[in-house]
Write a protein that binds this ligand. Structure first.
Ligand SMILES: *[C@@H]1O[C@H](CO)[C@@H](O)[C@H](O)[C@H]1NC(C)=O
Ligand SMILES: *[C@@H]1O[C@H](CO)[C@@H](O)[C@H](O)[C@H]1NC(C)=O
Ligand SMILES: [Cu+2]
Length: 555
């Protein structure tokens, strides 16, 4: 068997023939397709399997009904058939949070007031396990000691789930009477109800601190370190010792969190950079006015560096409030959705239109390359405005699922910006190159893929067999934990580039390659629980990704 020589496993993956990726001659623009109807307005979504997306909304007059006749608040959207099946709930999920436990169960917490046959959801803890034969929500209506509307959530390296902040009831912006400056940690082992812990950062960052940005920081000391950001400030917080380790400087240009909602992501982590974290925060606004132009800047920082400064960049040349970011398999970042002016929320009570508080929808997607810091703004625009309460997520085949937009208190179809049920798929330019896509044939010996989550562990070398179709191949691989998407965030999401240990051609068929891929070093780098393996050839993703579950080694 011929062993293919390494080009540079650390930065580039493995070149099977050529040393650098093939670039198409004419840059494609990407493509939008309206593929279906969500039936339930998509305030929150989560990729539950290679084909199922769970939609979670709030109490309002959605199109389909659940078993008791109330309008459905949650549903499964099958991206292969574009069919929607309601999921029953009893408590209002309005502006709640979510994250996966290490065992693969999704945890959704918090919400708002009652209505349309539903109970309040402020203290509700809800669980659903996508791998069950018939997945259904299990709710504990008084599961939480304190009420939380707009909480952030994150899966911790030990597999527990953090629930942080929020307010005691719905509001335009937070105020001292209803602020909930605490966090609680839910045990993956089903331990008793956790006690909330006081968290002064959410006092210091009033009033723009709802849905704080939370990212788990990679480290090699087995520490549970969080980067937490709200308003204009960030801290590194050690959750085990309950101490602030360091503070970042104030970000320039204005407020970045709700209701002046910007976007915060942890850029792809790479073995060649020893998983050094870079946070990028883009967009937001400076005033709660529908005419106020959105912030047109992004800041990058490694918040674990005590001397870190914000490195500012323009946001592709356009201001955007409420942008959604999608980490694409090729380690670039797609920005979609949002508005050029205004802020998150809507008017309350009976008054004339407009009820919405954001305008000038930003219809053109941008793609950012974190390595070259270049923006590709020459992409096809969508025709569907996606304002407050819009969502986007990468799916298994490398396309991007985009839906939602409901800057209204209830389902409202007559407005300039109606409740939006249309589902779009965005095909990124990497699927328009004309280059053949690789196909994943087996992972860790399994040839039946995506009918279960394949169990792998940290540092494990996993054998992956693929068929490539290109002559000058350049294979890379990544693992992505898709987060819980809501309000321009994706809780717990991480992208980790994998080390390609070896690549061997089959002597009988040089299109068949056996790869050995090394899983991430530890759970601070990628959370335990469900993740997806993506393999690319010259930046073109495989026909589908493969569902894994990252677990701790059993001794
Ligand atoms: C995972 O853990 C959660 C929290 O302890 C529990 O509620 C759930 O039933 C567990 N799921 C599975 C599949 O064991
Ligand atoms: C290459 O892989 C495909 C998919 O597993 C398989 O059907 C085919 O037989 C392989 N080719 C050879 C020559 O082994
Ligand atoms: Cu909301």
């Amino acid at each position: 068997m011929k062993v293919i020589k390494f080009i540079s496993i650390l930065t580039l993956g493995i070149g099977l023939v050529s040393a650098s990726p093939v670039r198409p001659r004419q840059a494609p623009l990407g493509k939008w397709d309206i593929v279906g109807d969500s039936q339930v307005a998509a305030m929150h979504i989560v990729l539950a399997s290679h084909k199922d997306i769970y939609i979670i909304d709030k109490v309002e007059g959605n199109k389909i009904k659940q078993a008791n006749g109330s309008p459905a608040m949650s549903a499964v959207y099958d991206i292969e058939t574009n069919l929607v099946t309601p999921l029953d709930l009893t408590t209002d999920t309005f502006c709640s949070g979510g994250s996966f436990f290490a065992n693969g169960t999704l945890f959704n917490s918090g919400g708002a007031e009652n209505g349309l046959g539903y109970n309040p959801g402020y203290t509700s803890a809800r669980f659903i396990t996508p791998t069950d034969a018939n997945p259904a929500w299990m709710e504990i209506p008084d599961g939480m000691i304190t009420s939380r509307w707009y909480p952030a959530m994150a899966t911790l390296p030990n597999g527990n789930v953090l629930v942080m902040g929020g307010s005691l009831k719905g509001t335009g912006k937070n105020n001292d009477a209803i602020n909930n400056p605490t966090y609680e940690i839910w045990s993956a082992g089903g331990a008793p109800q956790p006690q909330p812990v006081h968290f002064p950062f959410l006092v210091d960052t009033m009033p723009y601190n709802l849905y704080p940005f939370v990212h788990v920081m990679p480290n090699f000391e087995n520490k549970q370190l969080l980067f937490v950001f709200a308003n204009t400030q960030g801290i590194i917080f050690d959750i085990e010792t309950n101490t602030v380790v360091s503070k970042t400087p104030v970000i320039p240009d204005g407020v970045r969190s709700y209701p002046l909602t910007g976007n915060s992501i942890l850029l792809p982590l790479k073995p060649s950079l020893n998983y050094k974290p870079t946070i990028m925060i883009c967009g937001g606004n400076t005033a709660m006015e529908i005419t106020s132009p959105a912030i047109a800047s992004c800041g990058r920082i490694d918040p674990t560096d005590p001397n870190a400064q914000w490195e500012m960049d323009n946001f592709g040349g356009t201001g955007r409030v409420m942008p959604d970011a999608v980490l694409l398999p090729d380690a670039t970042v797609l920005y979609v959705n949002g508005a050029g002016t205004g802020f998150a929320g809507y008017h309350r009570g009976p008054r004339g239109n407009p009820l919405y508080l954001n305008d000038n929808p930003t219809l053109t997607p941008f793609i950012y390359d974190p390595e070259t810091k270049e923006w590709n703004t020459n992409l096809a625009p969508s025709v569907v405005p996606r304002l407050y309460h819009s969502v986007a997520t990468l799916v298994s085949d490398g396309r991007v699922f985009i839906t939602g937009s409901n800057p209204q208190p209830n389902v409202e179809l007559g407005s300039k910006f109606p409740t939006e049920f249309r589902v779009e798929m965005f095909t990124p330019p990497y699927l328009q190159t004309g280059l053949a896509r690789p196909v994943i044939n087996s992972v860790a010996g399994f040839t039946t893929l995506n009918d279960q989550r394949i169990q792998v562990t940290y540092q494990q070398t996993v054998e992956v067999k693929i068929t490539k179709g290109q002559t000058n191949s350049f294979i890379t691989a990544a693992i992505i934990h898709h987060g819980f998407v809501t309000h321009s965030q994706s809780f717990s999401r991480k992208y980790v580039l994998l080390k390609v240990i070896s690549a061997q051609e089959d002597p009988n068929d040089n299109n068949n390659i056996t790869l050995n891929l090394e899983m991430p070093p530890n759970p601070t780098i990628l959370p335990p629980g469900p993740s997806y393996l993506y393999v690319l050839d010259n930046g073109v993703p495989a026909t589908f990704s493969v569902s894994l579950i990252l677990g701790f080694p059993t001794t």
